[in-house]
Design a protein around this ligand. Structure first.
Ligand code: BES
Ligand code: MN
Ligand code: ZN
Length: 502
């Protein structure tokens, strides 16, 4: 990310800096784009022919320093078949994605760019321009906090100004003010996930979350003593081998009517997961700094809701721990009593996320009686085996919520795929010594993990999203080149909007 990235919204006029325009199949440009390209009309056609560029979706054409326009570069982004004809309010993902593609073609060294917000059949609506800008903002993200030098040829502009040329700049600016709160939420989540665990341990995570206070979010931090009093021994057991104290952070945003039950979001916040005594192999263990991505998403979402003053009552709760091997660490065979009273036999200390969530889910359910609970967790490697990085695994006791999330997923491009739950799977976590055990064997690993969570949600409508594949490990998309994706912020923001405001 450049030190300063500034977006502006301007009328269609002569562009500044790198010009990015869109075209549909067979080089179909919109009217304002045709006007600006008129002086190089012949050149565009010849370049397109020479490069066999026709406007297919995802392809681009570059024209360097065209004399007649006096611009450093013109980039044509192909949209494929008649994009603008579709009602894109139902699918902002199309716009977000093309915003990302457009931004990806602006060289990092360029200080100025103009993106013509027009598709083949004409100018985009204000909301569509904002969606385009959202994609551009996310694509520009880069986590370079710890880079002290640049390689030769990797020069970057200190300040980048991107103007979106559109038909109603004032309206687009207003739509962007809202979309920007979502972008900020995603960026916040990505930053948290990208931070190394020596910097972002539970106490520091809680401290950063407290900064939501300035947006009007009520933030409570419970320490170990407070959690002991509540009987959260499953969560505490995971953190007991760490030099860093475990924390539970509860965020409340009350933008809705007083007395209306809130909706609740719960995140797994394992700041580092070594596996504990059931220690993980060395190879790839560094990725486990991202085992708090569920919690990061909840913080990003609460940021977005508060920054746009959403008319909703929402609770965010994150269980923050570090899973370490130590003389004080929990052992396989240990039995812990959860806050709900149910007991769990620890078979594998690396199945720790479900232990943390068991207590947080129960706590939130009991304290807030939410309308529904959605938890996010980088819970199992098995979900990556099943779904890769394309879909998050979705487990639920409520068909209506599943339907809403599926729809929000298609709209935002953060897609979810429902996985089964059932008594046959539930049996697999019965224990010889306690009410349940924390692993169910090799088969159906993601499902048995979800079954354990379900034992702590009672009858409350609930969804568990297993985001191990989608939240980190560079899920490469047009709007993310970073290791952390910030997955789920856009999805859940859309769900909330849909649930309350549509
Ligand atoms: N944090 C891991 C899951 C994970 C794996 C997240 C890869 C992201 C990428 C989780 O705590 C874990 O270790 N799960 C175990 C469960 C097993 C011990 C039952 C797993 O998936 O192997
Ligand atoms: Mn683990
Ligand atoms: Zn974990």
């Amino acid at each position: 990310m450049p030190a300063a990235l500034k977006f502006g919204f301007v009328p269609f006029a002569h562009p500044n800096g790198v010009l990015v325009v869109f075209c549909e199949d067979s080089l179909k440009f919109g009217p304002a784009t045709r006007r600006v390209l008129a002086p190089i009309d012949e050149l565009v056609r010849r370049c397109a022919a020479a490069d066999r560029f026709t406007g297919k979706s995802g392809t681009t054409l570059q024209i360097l320093a065209p004399l007649a326009l006096n611009l450093p570069r013109v980039v044509v982004v192909g949209l494929g078949k008649e994009r603008a004809a579709k009602e894109s309010a139902a699918k902002p993902w199309d716009l977000v994605k093309f915003g990302g593609v457009a931004m990806g073609k602006v060289p990092a060294a360029a200080g100025q760019a103009t993106i013509f917000a027009e598709f083949g059949s004409g100018a985009l609506k204000a909301q569509q321009v904002a969606d385009l800008a959202l994609g551009a903002r996310l694509r520009a993200y880069d986590f370079d906090l710890y880079k002290t030098k640049r390689k030769d040829g990797d020069e970057r502009a200190e300040r980048v100004e991107v103007d979106f040329a559109c038909s109603n700049p004032a309206a687009a600016e207003k739509a962007w003010a809202r979309a920007m709160t979502i972008a900020d939420g995603v960026v916040l989540a990505r930053d948290l996930v990208n931070e190394p665990a020596n910097v972002l341990y539970p106490g520091e995570f809680a401290r950063r979350t407290s900064s939501l206070g300035k947006l009007g979010v009520n933030v409570e931090v419970l320490d170990v003593a407070a959690m002991k009093k509540l009987g959260m021994n499953a969560l505490l057991g995971v953190g007991q081998g760490s030099a860093h104290e475990s924390k539970l952070v509860v965020m409340r945003w009350n933008g809705g009517k007083r007395g209306v039950d809130p909706i609740a979001f719960i995140g797994k916040g394992v700041c580092f997961d070594t596996g504990g005594i059931s220690i993980k192999p060395a190879s790839g263990m560094e990725d486990m700094k991202g085992d708090m991505a569920g919690a990061a998403c909840v913080v990003g979402l609460m940021h977005a809701l508060a920054a746009r003053k959403a008319k909703v009552n929402a609770v965010g709760a994150i269980g923050l721990v570090e899973n370490m091997p130590d003389g004080k660490a929990q052992r396989p065979g240990d039995i812990v009593k959860t806050m709900s009273g149910q007991t769990i036999e620890i078979i594998n200390t690396d199945a720790e996320g479900r232990l943390v969530l068991a207590d947080v889910l129960h706590y939130v359910n009991k304290r807030f009686k939410p309308k529904f609970m959605i938890n996010l967790a980088t819970l199992t490697g098995a979900i990556i085996v099943a779904l890769g990085q394309e879909y998050a695994g979705m487990f639920s006791n409520d068909d209506k919520l599943v339907e809403r999330l599926t729809k929000a997923g298609e709209a935002t491009g953060e897609r979810v795929w429902r996985m089964p739950l059932g008594p046959e799977y539930d049996k697999m976590i019965d224990s010889k010594f306690a009410d349940m055990k924390n692993t169910g064997g090799r088969w159906a690993g993601s499902i048995t993990a979800a079954q354990l969570l379900q034992r702590f949600v009672d009858k409350t409508p609930w969804v568990h999203l297993d985001v191990a594949g989608t939240a980190m490990g560079s899920p490469q998309t047009d709007i993310n080149k970073s290791w952390a994706s910030g997955w789920g912020v856009r999805l859940l923001e859309r769900l909330v909007e849909d649930y309350y405001e549509r």
